[in-house]
Design a protein around this ligand. Structure first.
Ligand SMILES: NC(=O)c1ccc[n+]([C@@H]2O[C@H](COP(=O)([O-])OP(=O)(O)OC[C@H]3O[C@@H](n4cnc5c(N)ncnc54)[C@H](OP(=O)(O)O)[C@@H]3O)[C@@H](O)[C@H]2O)c1
Length: 333
């Protein structure tokens, strides 16, 4: 019994830091507790702010804040068509830009159904040569002349028909990607922004892509991802340049959406329909230079941020090569 008590005393004295010569590490404990609390409070604040932004924050009254007309490129299909219909429901008049007169007319009719909005269309092949580009941008400038254009959505986008290594991509394919995603978005912004500056109000939404931001690299779609990185940087710089003119410039970042462009077909919990995506996108307009409108996409981005770049690169490379092989097999059979 006596021996046991001594052992206990020794253990207690060791646990206490070795007696009076080593004081109890209370301040270490307090420091760790303070750091833990700080991290917990910061994480809770980030989560609450994310929840508010993605689920509860009301959209802006776009017509009252920015102007009564919206210009949308690539309005004939996918996200652009859904955005056009959503903006029509918000009461905005539309200038629809696309390459197919029949598809433009069809979307125009859909937008006018059950609303009293006006619709103008501009036929413009955004992958045209230099002269066509110049003429197309001039016709957009002419179409918006005298209109109270509050919103420009540079949505039209092109990608590869098939995942491919850079050296395999046809010149015509990568040139089309650069023309539609980079040159046309720049030219159309150049045609529309001066009116917004003169009116001292407006919003520009450039549709980017998770391929340029959510993952460190997007192998086998390199030119596409690079074109979207351009869009992100253009948006952030213009947002600083034009803030003082009352013009909000924003890059919206979708991940996969169930459209004809997406290599992953069909809807799923992380792949919304274009309509669901467009509702979220419209609610985001005017809130910051960069946003991920669809809340489940932002969850995906958060999960990706937990992984090391090397793991994400390996995963994307494997996905790219698998898509390439499947698509090539499909094209041959
Ligand atoms: N879907 C996704 O998973 C996803 C993911 C990230 C980012 N995005 C981006 O979201 C935007 C919309 O894509 P989406 O998924 O809605 O694609 P989509 O369904 O293929 O629609 C693309 C739109 O762009 C138009 N377009 C393409 N090339 C054109 C050209 N040369 N001249 C004029 N218009 C042209 C198309 O016109 P037609 O109707 O004539 O084909 C269509 O209206 C793109 O910028 C894309 O990069 C999409």
């Amino acid at each position: 019994m006596h021996a046991t008590m001594s052992e206990v005393e020794e253990i207690v004295s060791t646990a206490g830091g070795g007696g009076s010569s080593s004081p109890a590490p209370v301040w270490w404990f307090a420091l760790l507790l303070a750091l833990g609390l700080r991290t917990a409070v910061a994480s809770a604040a980030t989560f609450i702010s994310w929840l508010y932004r993605t689920r509860f924050r009301p959209g802006r009254d776009l017509g009252a804040r920015y102007g009564s007309w919206a210009v949308i490129t690539g309005a004939t299909d996918g996200i652009g068509r859904a955005l056009a219909l959503e903006l029509a429901r918000e009461g905005l008049h539309l200038v629809l830009v696309g390459r197919s007169p029949a598809k433009l007319a069809r979307v125009g009719d859909e937008a006018r159904r059950d609303t009293s909005i006006k619709v103008k269309t501009v036929v413009f092949d955004l992958a045209g040569d230099g002269a066509e580009m110049g003429r197309g941008a001039a016709s957009v400038a002419e179409a918006v002349d005298g209109l109270d254009v509050g919103l420009l959505v540079n949505n039209a986008g092109a990608t590869y028909p098939c995942a491919a290594f850079f050296h395999e991509v046809e010149t015509e394919t990568w040139e089309r990607v650069v023309k539609v995603n980079v040159e046309a978005a720049t030219r159309i912004s150049r045609a529309v922004v001066p009116g917004m500056v003169a009116r001292r109000r407006g919003a520009v939404v450039n549709v980017g892509s998770g391929s340029a931001l959510v993952v460190p690299a997007f192998p086998l779609y390199a030119v596409y991802a690079a074109s979207k990185a351009y869009i992100d940087q253009l948006s952030r710089s213009l947002s600083v340049e034009y803030k003082h003119y009352g013009v909000d410039v924003q890059c919206q970042i979708p991940l996969y959406v169930a459209t004809k462009m997406s290599p992953v077909k069909g809807e799923s919990p992380f792949i919304p329909s274009p309509e669901e995506y467009a509702r979220a996108a419209v609610r985001c307009v005017g809130y910051g230079p960069r946003c991920v409108p669809y809340w489940r996409h932002s969850v995906q981005w958060f999960l990706a941020s937990l992984l090391p770049d090397s793991a994400l690169n390996l995963w994307r490379l494997r996905v790219g090569i698998r898509n390439r092989n499947q698509m090539m097999k499909g094209a041959q059979s």
